[in-house]
Design a protein. Structure first.
Length: 109
């Protein structure tokens, strides 16, 4: 299992897995839809892969991915939360439940 506990560890883990699988940087890059230079930048810590890139790398190398909260960039996580809240605000609001908000999907319809 590929466990991402800190942002700095990503490159070392990617390199280790790639080498264990006998892949070149170019081969791994092709398998996950990246360029060799991006894989190289990940491995040397010049860039940090996002969760989506890590998931593609894990899938292409036969690993499972688990990302701990410490590995997530708090600024990016905040932006994602803002997007989720913006989308939630656009949902239709009808028939509030006892707590003043819809309690079932049917209440939102």
């Amino acid at each position: 299992m590929l466990v991402m506990q800190s942002k700095g560890a990503a490159g070392e883990i990617i390199r280790e897995i790639r080498r264990e699988r006998g892949l070149s940087q170019a081969e791994l890059a092709r398998a996950v839809g990246l360029t060799r230079s991006v894989v190289n930048a990940y491995e040397h810590g010049h860039r940090q892969p996002g969760v989506d890139a890590l998931a593609r790398i894990a899938e292409s190398t036969g690993m499972r991915l688990r990302v701990t909260p410490e590995a997530i960039d708090p600024i990016r996580a905040g932006r994602i939360l803002e997007q989720v809240l913006d989308l939630a605000a656009e949902l239709p609001y009808r028939k509030p439940g006892k707590l003043g908000y819809p309690t079932t999907l049917r209440d939102c319809a």
